[in-house]
Design a binder for this molecule. Sequence first.
Ligand code: ZN
Length: 305
Amino acid sequence: MSKSDNARRLAKQIRRQTLLTRSTSLRLARQVHTFSGSDIPDAADRSQRQFEARVAHCLADAFQDRQLNGALLGVTEAHSTDRGLTIHLEPEMSREVLRAVLPRMDEEYGGLRGVPALRISWGGQHVALYDTLSPAHIKLSHGERAFDTLLPNAHNGEHLLWRSNPRKATKDERNEWLEWDTWFLSQGQRETRDLLFSRILRRPTLVNRAAAPHGLANCYTHHPGDLVIEWCCGDTTETLCAVLLAHNFVDGLPPEKSVELFPSLASVQFGDSTVILRRHNTCVLPNEMMGSRKLSELIREDYTS
Ligand SMILES: [Zn+2]
């Protein structure tokens, strides 16, 4: 199939799934180099989607602009099936990923951090994060290092819940979990959030494009209902949006809520402000003194401190 046939086919799909005009859909479609039409499976059930969503949200919150080697959430690859998900951790970030998601009470912070009710199991080559409140789990691939050397220790004022209660969620964790599910969103908005955040975790090679030029990007959250990805050089927001649309990112969402473009702000919103892409007009790392390499050194120091 020729390149223009591909673009037309993708433009048609974008038209079907969004309220974008024919010309905008075609403009977006032309920014995608390959469109095979193949899709990335979603998590099979709500609890799995919710678990993956919480992990993605927690990692965005934890890393912000502290990534190494262009791994936005500390993940370089994902193998998704409808029955499960395996993620490959960026080797230099893997300890920080575990530190971020394994739940702990933090006196200084004044509450629980990490993904409540999440625990970890390992034996031989198999390592998994799992939810103690449902059958949901995520397998981890972590490279060559002995896995237990990656497990984080408690910092001052921290109590590691996953270590003191290795198989069961505490009451605080159950309450925190409930908050995620009852936060000020309608049932439909919560389902959209869980679906889109889970899809973010299942598409690391796409979302990592935002972090490619400098080895990092900024990801953050305002509340349990959104996830923002912000960057400067490389892809425009339209290009990254088009790439996500080509990989069934908004499948199943109502067209009026699937995607909205804000060209004057260089911003794109998916799912009614659930996932937000934003690009600075100018480079935030304009000089070599604070260039990518220097920043990576500072981030490494920060990880080990
Ligand atoms: Zn830049």
